[in-house]
Write a protein that binds this ligand. Sequence first.
Ligand code: NAD
Length: 453
Amino acid sequence: MGDYEQVVKDLRASYATGKTRSLQWRVAQLKAIIKLFEENESAIFEALFKDLHKNKAEAAIMETMLCVNDAVNAINNLNDWTKPEKVAKGAIYMMDNAYIMKEPLGVTLIIGAWNYPVQLTILPLIGAIAAGNCAVLKPSEMAEETARFLEEVVPKYLDNDCVRVINGGVKETTALLQVRFDHIFYTGNSVVGKIVMEAAAKYLTPVILELGGKSPVYVDKGTDLEIVARRLSWGKFCNAGQTCIAPDYVMCPKDIQEGLVEKVKSAIEEFYTKDPKSSDSYGRIINERHFQRLQRLKKGATAAYEGEDDEKERYIAPTVIPNVKLSDPIMQDEIFGPLMPIVPVTDHKEAIEIINGREKPLSLYVFTNNKSIGQEFRDRTSSGALLINDTVVHAGLTTLPFGGVGNSGIGSYHGKHSFNAFSHDKPVMEKSLALDQVNSMRYPPYTEKKLGW
Ligand code: NAD
């Protein structure tokens, strides 16, 4: 812990010089992030392939391009974002200048998760830098190759006085959390989210928690099941189901279940062939522990579509399980793997009841042609985000905040929302020392005469 304390002390000293407040510094660092991606693209793809068998195209769309676009967006808008925001004033404050200033928070700790190990550390870092902070990055130890890559490459591109990478597992993160930071940004599961929040409470450190949970899907009658199945299967099976906003379970009226299963099977074969194991577009499970956890979930379930898994390769075939009951083991915790349970329901009203009886999800997906059904989900449920007629893609639109609610998280980021996430809204009022007589009413003694009563 001594070492970590020293790291944070050093970053604090850099922060105190004010260098991170200058827009030139911020832009230079953001440009350095872009350069890092440009000059190391193949090394990043290689690390992601080793960690997760992630296909280059998927890695580009869901990791590197998101980061580069976010950095470009921050550079282009930084002037605007950092401008003081004038506020409305009543007559009493007519002579005063009142505005909101975006103030950096100081030294932030960014703890990343393994499933999108590049974007889950770099996107928050872009926000932290854009807002003028120093940062410690703690990549997930589970995505070993990517963590090693970040530790090696980040210091070559970014200002080491202000940004550091610390690698390690539970022991190291526990020690880091004992050090006082000005802000903590954590991505991962809700159990550890509570540990982070508890550690932060000791110093009243503000936190952003990007957590997970079971993101439900409702498929309505009358929708084009072929399109539904493609969008659903892509969201579910990309990264082998290890996506925080992956559609976790599907609800649909019983009479369309069979048709949906058939279309999902076709989509799987179209995307990954009849032998997904040999497809370079299909991922692997991160480690043996998660492989075994998913095996336990599969046990006893009657799949309508599955394949032969391979423990040595940590390969789990895309699996579709119809007629699932809410009490089944697969419906208890976030699946985080390529298993798609389908829960038959009477109608959308039952689906809404089921959603409302559980923790608030990170995302909710509704497929329907009926606008009023979509609106009913919107107005009668609570979730980090609602996406109608697709899955996952809302996360790519950075003008929308990305984050959870309740058990799925606290706070949000992406685009300008990342800048806000790492800023304090400081209210500033500037007054003149002249005309003090107008203040006479507020100065004691409070006589009736003065008040005109
Ligand atoms: P993980 O195991 O990589 O853990 C996340 C981080 O927490 C790591 O850096 C790890 O070192 C640290 N950590 C683990 N145990 C700890 C402990 N006891 N004390 C302190 N630190 C500890 O990732 P995970 O939790 O398996 O990630 C999967 C979960 O994250 C899923 O629930 C998923 O939905 C969620 N997730 C959410 C988002 C989002 O943006 N909301 C994104 C990705 C993943």
